[in-house]
Design a protein around this ligand. Structure first.
Ligand SMILES: [Zn+2]
Ligand SMILES: [Zn+2]
Length: 377
């Protein structure tokens, strides 16, 4: 058998490491070598056990003093008794807080916490318009949702007498088990196999819900849509999800699906739209008025000599900022509207315009050059 490594070496700390240093090092090494993170790795498993054993000894002042004096050859034998290291009762919650549970859950039992049963979460999707999210709005939606069965009060039993406390778990829904994990013995809490964690057994099932304890019912929900809500935002309604017998109902999520606006595209708080204008409007300038999401009309001043693909900005008339005050802007992209068909009189009007507004073909090379220059600037 390989020689037992020095505990300080195992924990990668110096001989005079204090309690905090020990704990810190143990924590990081235990995470590193944890079987969940190293499946089917016997080296990691060995190191994991070594780390736990070393910490068990060094974190105990009396055992540490003995170890410091005699090393592994303590005259009083192994600190763990004649059988050697059998397991260690490390209070992981003290050591790591709640966050460590997920890492250790695989080995110490998924049900270590006794948080209890919880119903499923439910998600509803709700379509809204840009106008709906312009201000904070309270709206009512109705949906078919699971709720507790009214006939049996969610118990699933025909009468209260038909509900019997589970004898296996004494109505707790959970049982404690001693589980051996490698050399360690851990207490593990798990759902009672006889009542599936409900805590009761049912003699005669409720005929309305057939024992499930829940019923689907049309329900009205008041929801508050936050100002400036973005597409896909999920609003959570705690405890409004699926109920579960002898447990906590799940949560209800309402996902907001923003319907596309007739002409606006949204970019965070900013709105973008294209505005088609005829040639005379571009040349001479004009004023355009459109209904707007804020209830007041949006007045767009197009200056004389405007050009297609130029943009105009109407500041402060976009969507409200999600946080803080103020609103985004409206950006307007100008497009040249060209009629699909020309009649005779339109054609002659255009021909008449050619000398004054047309670009003479003789100047085309200069024009192309200028265009390229403008693009570069
Ligand atoms: Zn039970
Ligand atoms: Zn029922």
């Amino acid at each position: 058998m390989a020689e037992k490594r020095d505990y300080y070496e195992v924990l990668e700390v110096s001989k005079d490491a204090n309690e905090d240093e020990l704990k810190k090092s143990f924590r990081s090494l235990a995470r590193k070598y944890h079987p969940d993170k190293n499946p089917d790795d016997s080296d990691a498993e060995h190191l994991f056990k070594e780390v736990q054993e070393a910490y068990a000894v060094l974190s105990n002042p009396e055992q540490r003093r003995q170890y410091d004096m005699f090393g592994h050859d303590s005259p009083s034998g192994s600190p763990f008794g004649p059988g050697g290291f059998q397991g260690v009762n490390i209070n992981l919650d003290d050591l790591f807080g709640g966050g460590f549970e997920s890492v250790f859950s695989g080995i110490f039992g998924g049900g270590r916490s006794s948080r209890g049963r919880r119903g499923n979460d439910v998600m509803l999707r709700h379509s809204i318009t840009l106008e709906n999210v312009f201000d904070e709005a309270e709206i009512e939606i109705s949906a078919k949702l699971s709720t507790s069965c009214e006939s049996c009060d969610g118990t699933g039993a025909q009468t209260p007498e038909d509900l019997q406390r589970c004898s296996t778990c004494g109505g707790q829904g959970r049982i404690m088990q001693q589980v051996r994990v490698g050399p360690f013995v851990q207490q593990m809490v798990s759902d009672c196999p006889d009542c599936s964690g409900v805590g009761n057994t049912i003699r005669k099932r409720c005929t309305t819900c057939r024992g499930t304890g829940s019923a689907r019912r049309e329900q009205n929900l008041r929801i508050t849509i936050p100002r400036g809500a973005e597409d896909g935002l999920r609003l959570r309604h705690r405890g409004k999800g699926e109920p579960i017998a002898n447990g906590q109902s799940g949560d209800l999520y309402i996902q907001l699906d923003l319907e596309p606006h007739a002409w606006f595209e949204r970019d965070g708080p900013d709105l973008i739209m294209a505005l088609p204008l005829g040639y005379p409007e571009m040349m001479l300038g004009t004023q355009v008025e459109l209904p707007h999401i804020d209830g007041k009309s949006l007045v767009i001043e197009v200056p004389a000599g405007a050009k297609p693909s130029e943009t105009l900005l109407v500041p402060g008339r976009g969507m409200p900022h999600r946080r803080g005050r103020g609103r985004g802007d409206v950006t307007i992209l100008l497009k040249l509207h060209v009629p699909d068909k020309f009649n005779k009189s339109m054609r002659s009007t255009l021909e008449a315009m050619r000398p004054s507004f047309g670009l003479p073909i003789s100047d085309i090379e200069d024009a192309v050059r200028r265009e390229a220059q403008d693009r570069r600037n």
